[in-house]
Design a protein around this ligand. Structure first.
Ligand code: ZN
Length: 181
């Protein structure tokens, strides 16, 4: 914890802010090599964890760039979630998606206190660059695939409520806790 005491928590944007509706600009890869970049990534992970989140996209901290961080970990409302590695996605592109979809609850750090049931592709293949500038093509499935899709949507100005097929599932946290499992 001591190492994180000086780390920056970025102020977050909220639903209604036009930056969450804009298509984010690609990150110029020369930026990845600049000294401030690891600090930005570390600050995004820190901001995400402090908010009890498992994913955070740059537009959610007011930066309209194609950059997102993901790390699955148990949260207040998903206590059994298995921890994953830390992932930084730079300029991610969805290159394949299964026809099969799964429905599960989602929330968003930009919309406090609300959850909804969202259909997502079960398996996706994504091409992205990591925080060291290394390119990856990765196939992910299950809940991690859901989080990837949620974050990539953020970079295109799409929010999870746009993906919902049944808006009647939109619930407060209290109602969500009654209904989820
Ligand atoms: Zn979100």
């Amino acid at each position: 914890p001591r190492a994180t005491t000086h780390m920056k928590i970025f102020p977050r944007t909220e639903f209604g802010d036009p930056i969450l509706r804009a298509k984010a600009k690609p990150v110029p890869l020369v930026l990845v090599k600049k000294s401030g970049f690891p600090k930005l990534i570390a600050g995004m992970f820190h901001t995400m964890r402090r908010a009890d989140g498992i994913g955070l996209a740059a537009p959610q901290i007011g930066l309209s760039y194609q950059l997102a961080v993901i790390q699955l970990a148990p949260t207040k409302h998903r206590k059994t979630l298995k921890a994953s590695e830390k992932l930084a996605l730079i300029n991610p592109k969805l290159i394949r998606a299964s026809k099969n979809k799964a429905y599960d609850w989602e929330g968003c750090l930009s919309l406090d206190g609300v959850r909804g049931k969202v259909p997502r592709h079960k398996t996706i293949t994504v091409r992205y660059t990591d925080e060291r500038g290394v390119a990856h093509t990765r196939t992910v499935t299950g809940f991690l695939a859901r989080v990837f899709q949620h974050e990539i949507d953020h970079l295109n100005g799409t929010l999870y409520v746009d993906r919902m097929e049944n808006m009647k599932t939109l619930s407060t946290i209290t109602e969500f806790r009654k209904r989820a499992k």
